[in-house]
Design a protein around this ligand. Structure first.
Ligand code: HEC
Length: 86
């Protein structure tokens, strides 16, 4: 599906379920990635107890990379989308 079609489908689904489109596939993926990658060094509680916006999480993830975390750009985007909207 191209971007436009996907956006249209999201709008429609959002209208039908009144759940908005943020709770789409990438948020589920972000949750899974967070639970996988972010629990390698500490418990998920460390992540769940921290509340931040997108730029805040971007900084956190940069810090985690300094600690040795291996996170791809795609994974980072999905994780930030999940964490900033959880
Ligand atoms: C390579 C190991 C490692 C991985 C993987 C890792 N972390 Fe961390 N994290 C740490 C260490 C070490 C600390 C404690 C030191 C610190 O606060 O920077 C920490 C602390 C934190 C804190 C608390 C920081 C604060 O200032 O309150 C948060 C939030 C956090 N991690 C989020 C994440 C998220 C989100 C991920 C996944 C994207 C992740 N971590 C993956 C090593 C890691």
């Amino acid at each position: 599906m191209d971007r436009k079609a996907k956006a249209a489908a999201c709008l429609l689904a959002g209208a039908l379920m009144s759940a908005g489109c943020a709770a789409g596939a990438s948020k589920e993926e972000g949750k899974k990635l967070t639970e996988d990658i972010c629990t390698r060094c500490h418990s998920i509680d460390v992540v769940e107890n921290h509340d931040d916006d997108e730029s805040g999480w971007k900084e956190i993830i940069a810090q985690m990379r300094d600690h040795g975390a291996r996170i791809t750009e795609d994974e980072e985007a999905a994780i930030i989308e999940y964490l900033a909207n959880k």
